[in-house]
Design a protein around this ligand. Structure first.
Ligand code: SF4
Length: 365
């Protein structure tokens, strides 16, 4: 197992669940396994430790989810996102530790690494969704509050998800990861209904800021292997950080990617700038005081309450990488994430597709 755990805490009511049994049988013998009455309590921050959020990453809590599994993408404005993107909450928190990760603020009160033993109930929710909107296609991602594949060797959840989606014509599963944990994926047949996306950063950002993740070269190689196994693949250049050598480094990353994964077989590439609320930035700088990426350049506060690097710098980087990508892959589906329509126009020279049109392209990609 690549990620280290201090303990696995299993909620009593999940003791005989398939997930608990799978974790108990696969976890390293030196990891303490304990049964607790309420997983919600076990996921709270430990008192008296220097870094409660970091400690939460080393404490897996196998528990029941009491709330719905399915929700609209938080970036969307309506209950079910206008571009048809939905989030499936199978787990919360992640054993990796990127200095810029929004989870440091978002789940500060519940940092235990929760995995939900009753995740099969999500399939009933998805069935109901499919019946309620016949003829409509949805993309469903599990990588919002957790990495989709970290710990998959312990839980095996990805196989169940891939097999469920393989039988649904109007649903596309998106697994989002910074790992190379693809062993279970290679044993399943996605029948074209699962897309695996990797967040990619240049080696310099990986080394300074993406602790315990797989190297960029390993992520790209994992993408090549799942593509050969019948999965769709996509890539997020997000967050892009406008540090002095960024133009060179992101360009090199694109070349390395296209040398290994043929661009015409890539479903999409998204670009998004580093964005942090002032509170997240303060938290991140406290946890990672030596990370140069958290202090790269001047930042401005946007109307959405997030700090982003100075707009002309950010736009120049987006435009330069857009040109680099389109030189080698003129037809590729490339879009900006969490940027305004005017930013899109500055980078692409046209107005963006509506979220619905983009969603339709992505769902059918
Ligand atoms: S891999 Fe993703 S979820 Fe995990 S720490 Fe990094 S940014 Fe956060």
């Amino acid at each position: 197992m690549k990620f280290e755990l201090d303990a696995v805490l299993i909620e009593e009511r999940c003791r005989s669940s398939a997930l608990a049994m799978s974790v108990v049988s696969a976890v390293a013998p030196e990891v303490e396994v304990r049964y607790v009455p309420d997983g919600r309590e076990a996921a709270r921050p430990l008192v008296g430790v220097r870094d409660p959020f970091g400690a939460g990453k080393r404490r897996m809590v196998v528990m029941e989810r009491r709330a719905p599994f399915l929700m609209g993408c938080p970036a969307g404005s309506s209950e079910f996102a206008c571009c048809g993107y939905l989030v499936l909450l199978i787990a919360s928190n992640c054993p990796m530790d990127c200095s810029y990760c929004f989870l440091q603020e978002y789940i500060a009160d519940n940092p235990g690494l929760q995995v939900y033993a009753n995740y099969a109930a999500a399939f009933d929710e998805l069935d109901r969704l499919g019946r309620s909107a016949p003829g409509r296609s949805f993309r469903v991602g599990t990588g919002e509050l957790a990495d989709s594949l970290a710990f998959d060797t312990l839980t095996g959840i990805s196989r169940d998800l891939v097999e469920y989606f393989a039988r649904r014509e109007n649903l596309l599963l998106e697994l989002k990861t910074k790992t190379d944990e693809i062993g279970n994926l290679l044993t399943a047949d996605p029948r074209g209904r699962t897309l695996v996306s990797w967040t990619l950063s240049p080696t310099r950002v990986y080394e300074s800021s993406e602790h315990r993740t797989a190297s960029p070269a390993s992520r790209i190689e994992a993408a090549r292997r799942v593509l050969e196994a019948g999965y769709k693949v996509g890539f997020h250049l997000d967050p892009m950080i406008a540090y002095p050598e960024a133009d060179h480094d992101y360009g090199e990353l694109i070349d390395n990617l296209f040398d290994v994964v043929p661009p015409q077989r890539i479903s999409f590439v998204s670009m998004g700038g580093l964005r942090m609320t002032p509170a997240l930035r303060a938290l991140a700088r406290r946890r990672f005081p030596d990370d140069p990426m958290l202090a790269a350049g001047e930042e401005v506060l946007g109307r959405d309450g997030r700090m982003r690097s100075f707009t002309p710098l950010r736009m120049r980087l987006f435009a330069s990488i857009r040109a680099r990508i389109q030189r080698r892959a003129p037809e590729i589906l490339l879009y900006l994430c969490m940027e305004s329509a005017s930013a899109y126009e500055r980078v692409f020279g046209t107005m963006p597709a509506t979220p619905a049109a983009l969603g339709t392209r992505l769902a059918g990609s």
